[in-house]
Ligand binder design. Structure first.
Ligand code: RRO
Length: 285
């Protein structure tokens, strides 16, 4: 899959991602009402990655219902990523997106760019359990809970999501970070801090997947800095059963999905694996 937010969210771009080899597409996170997001600059390239502070720009879940239907009519499996500012809002948005015909929901508990306003849900195990349970009450769809790497103990948060009824954990969102312009002598992003993504965070994301796999009995979706087939295999060996690729699309183009798929396949041939499941979690044994 693509990681939520990458390349925006127009149905035609998401369709291209699917046609390029992703097994399903993930929308940009949708909220209860339209949001403009943060002022520019909202993105800066940094060493081995990108730093974003988009600020959850989105047209609102209600508006996106038709887009989800359009994607479904084109035969694309759709995971609707969503957020809310309260338990009630999370539940309402989940209900709206389920009615739209999404195949699954990804509960974004981990945006690093709205801490002041909404609070970062994934930092609080009790709230993660409460919100997940409230969302599960509103939908029959599988719910993936996307966690933040910027917490003291990700195992406790993952367990809380599982107790709340999560069907899978996505590990992980971006890492809170900062970049400074030495000539301006000011932070580059208007929001000051942003979320770091790309190869810079791959070892962190891999460690998070490793920990979460040990903590829960539900599938774990790996996300964070995956660029090559070897990266993908590392996450599978750590125990991930599906993957999301984001920043690599910006650095390597849309062909990255096929490249990763092809390299996983050649790795399997070279090493005598017939099915992905034979490799899942092998490094933990
Ligand atoms: O929109 C964003 O600023 C954003 C979101 Br919702 C998120 O989950 N992760 C991220 O790095 N940026």
């Amino acid at each position: 899959m693509n990681a939520a937010g990458v390349l925006g969210m127009s149905p035609s771009i998401l369709k291209r991602i699917y046609d390029s080899g992703a097994g399903a597409v993930v929308t940009k996170s949708l909220g209860p009402k339209p949001r403009k997001g943060h002022p520019n600059p909202t993105f800066v390239r940094v060493e081995a990655g990108g730093l974003n502070a988009m600020g959850l720009p989105n047209p609102g879940a209600e508006y996106f219902v038709d887009e989800i239907k359009e994607l479904k009519n084109m035969g694309v499996p759709v995971i609707a990523s969503f957020f809310g500012g309260s338990v009630q809002e999370f539940a309402e948005v989940a209900y709206t997106l389920s009615r739209a015909g999404a195949d699954a929901l990804e509960l974004n508990a981990s945006c690093p760019n709205v801490a002041e306003e909404l609070g970062m849900l994934a930092a609080d195990a009790n709230n993660v359990e409460k919100v997940t349970a409230a969302v599960k009450d509103q939908t029959k769809l599988p719910v993936f809970v996307k966690l933040s790497p910027s917490v003291t103990n990700i195992k406790i948060i993952a367990k809380a999501a599982e107790w709340g009824g999560a069907d899978a954990i996505t590990a992980v969102n971006t890492v809170k970070a900062i970049a400074i312009d030495v000539n301006m002598r000011r932070p580059i992003l208007a929001n000051v801090t942003g979320g770091l993504s790309g190869p810079a965070i791959k070892p962190i994301a891999l460690r998070c997947v490793w920990d979460v796999v040990q903590a829960v009995n539900i599938p774990v979706i790996g996300c964070g800095g995956i660029t090559t087939g070897e990266d993908a295999v590392e996450f599978i060996l750590a125990g991930a059963t599906a993957l999301e690729v984001g920043t690599a699309v910006m650095t390597h183009g849309i062909g990255v999905y096929k490249d990763i798929n092809d390299r996983i396949a050649s790795y399997m041939t070279e090493n005598g694996f017939k099915e992905i499941k034979e490799m899942v979690g092998l490094a933990q044994e």
